[in-house]
Design a protein around this ligand. Structure first.
Ligand code: GDP
Length: 297
């Protein structure tokens, strides 16, 4: 995760910390390099610009240039600013799933990792929080996707709603809701249909399901490798359906980091989890401190 960005920033900070005394011009040069590194990692331009401005403002004060270890001070300011950008202004707190049966709507484009993430999160809720979880696939266009969720359910020991051929997504959602109430489930997760692009049908379907179950959480699952595109997708889903949180997948690859750094600042939505591989355990809670640590080494 973030190897390239971490390397680039590491180079800039090495030079800074080796330099001893720092002038404001030194800080500005370093910040220009930081800005370039962020843009190359596909961080959105306004986020990169604001980030560098904020660091520059804090780092050109007396305290830094007169400090005995000015380079380290700058690195600390960058770290703190990065945590701030990743975390936003407020902590989203735990998932809002305490009144059973709590519906979680999983949305996203096809191939983003939605079905896998549904199973990963179900497994986590079961194992770490002792929740009784029901999963249902609403992807009526792709019987294979419905089957895939059933197979994943068997692997992790989580129930899936039996598949009834010919049923439409809203009817499946209603049946899941009823089954979740009757079966004493704590949570039911609805894996909505994905498509290659955001289109009217996809949005309408998700909106209809949303209106029927009134989800406690609507989690957008999006491929973290797609950088700014992931952020655009999140904006659009949020505008059209309303999203409560984001899961960034494929962060095990050499994700350039842009999606993680821009998501909160651009969309206002918290990243809840990151996907770190194909295995069903490979889901981590998003922790701004840890992510900033990985980026800054
Ligand atoms: P969906 O169409 O959005 O439901 O996508 P799937 O859940 O079927 O995932 C598509 C592919 O991405 C599968 O091969 C998954 O194993 C893989 N995948 C999902 N999440 C991750 C992740 O965090 N890391 C990696 N490396 N692969 C993932």
């Amino acid at each position: 995760m973030f190897e390239n960005l971490a390397d680039r920033l590491g180079g800039v900070f090495d030079r800074l910390t080796r330099q001893g005394a720092l002038t404001e011009a030194d800080v500005q040069t370093a910040m220009r390099e930081v800005r370039t590194a962020l843009l190359e990692a596909d961080v959105s331009l306004p986020v990169a610009r604001d980030f560098v401005k904020a660091v520059e403002r804090k780092a050109t004060g007396q305290a830094v240039t007169k400090s005995v270890t000015p380079g380290q001070q700058v690195v600390k300011i960058v770290h703190d600013e990065m945590v701030q950008v990743l975390a936003g202004d407020s902590d989203p707190g735990p998932l809002k799933i305490d009144s059973p049966p709590a519906p979680i709507l999983m949305v996203g484009l096809q191939g983003g990792g939605k079905t896998t993430t549904t199973a990963k999160l179900a497994k986590r809720l079961k194992e770490r929080e002792g929740k009784k979880v029901l999963m249902a696939s609403l992807d009526t266009n792709r019987p294979a996707a419905m089957e895939q969720l059933a197979i994943l359910g068997q692997q992790i020991g989580v129930d899936t709603l039996p598949i009834v051929p010919g049923e439409d997504p809203v009817a499946i959602a209603r049946r899941a809701k009823t089954q979740a109430s009757l079966g004493g489930y704590d949570v039911y997760m609805l894996d909505t249909a994905g498509r290659l692009h955001i289109d009217e049908v996809l949005i309408q379907q998700a909106a209809d399901v949303r209106d029927v179950v009134r989800p406690r959480e609507t989690l957008l699952v999006v491929d973290g490798l797609t950088g700014q595109v992931a952020v655009e997708v999140a904006k659009e889903f949020d505008d059209k359906i309303g999203v409560s949180g984001v899961v960034l997948t494929r962060m095990d690859g050499d994700g350039r980091g842009g999606a993680a750094l821009s998501m909160r600042a651009v969309t206002g939505k918290p990243i809840r989890f990151v996907g770190l591989g194909e295995k069903l355990d490979a889901l981590e809670t998003f922790d701004p401190e840890r992510v900033a640590g990985r980026i800054l080494g």
